[in-house]
Design a protein around this ligand. Structure first.
Ligand code: CO
Length: 235
């Protein structure tokens, strides 16, 4: 597509928005008051607003490869601080996705690119529990399991940042969630944990225990419902 076409599409989009809601852009220009902070993967197929069915102005977003929370990453720390202290967001959602190329790479052996430094927390967890992950014979299922575990690990990391701790200490309402998105069915799964204060966080089992426990964090009811939906969708 020629780049010029993107500008044409942009004009069409802005016109359509204004037609549906004449005050949309005036409202947008005045302020943003998102309730949600989304920490997701850069993958082009997992766009926060679309997945949540929300308009611009509803979600404060930070995306990077494999939705990793590096506690020395100025970008994510600034987003957390601004989101919590200034915007007053109430929910931080760490959202991974099945079929994540970053997670798949971390389970492989190629360490030749810059991104391998970025993926290091997943790589280290994999190596530490290699026997358990490698016992999952289907590579897609193995990567899916790591996608879930990775989200659970990043929720723990978010909850350990001073911005989140300080918000909880002053009594601010703030919940941290761990979700995984299925690109094959468009559905979100809550794989937990959900944390609403330091007591929740400190009572959590370690990420190593989560790996050792093995079971998918989805409840049997959830899995059944999702399978039924997929079958129906395929009809
Ligand atoms: Co990804």
């Amino acid at each position: 597509m020629p780049l010029r076409e993107l500008f044409d599409r942009n004009v069409e989009w802005a016109e359509g928005k204004t037609r549906d809601d004449p005050h949309f852009f005036r409202r947008m220009a005045e302020q943003q008051s998102p309730r949600y902070l989304w920490i997701g993967c850069s993958d082009s197929r997992v766009t926060a607003n679309d997945v949540l069915g929300l308009e611009p102005g509803s979600v404060f977003v930070q995306r990077n490869i494999a939705n990793i929370v590096h506690t020395s990453d100025m970008n994510i720390l600034s987003v957390l601080e601004y989101g919590i202290d200034t915007l007053g967001i109430e929910h931080i959602i760490v959202c991974g996705h099945y079929g994540c190329g970053g997670v798949e790479r971390a389970l492989g052996s190629d360490r030749s690119a810059l991104v391998d430094h970025w993926l290091q927390p997943i790589v280290m967890l994999y190596h530490k529990h290699r026997a358990i992950f490698d016992a999952i014979k289907d590579p897609r299922a193995r990567a899916a399991r790591m996608c879930e575990i990775n989200v659970q690990m990043q929720v723990r990391r978010v909850a350990a940042t001073p911005s989140v701790e300080n918000a909880w200490a002053r009594g601010q309402t703030l919940h941290v969630h761990g979700w995984v998105y299925g690109m094959h069915d468009g559905l979100l799964r809550d794989v937990g944990p959900t944390l609403s204060g330091t007591a929740d966080r400190d009572a959590l089992s370690s990420i190593d225990d989560c790996v050792l426990k093995g079971a998918s964090p989805l409840s049997a009811v959830q899995i059944q419902a999702l399978e039924a939906f997929c079958e129906h969708a395929a009809d």
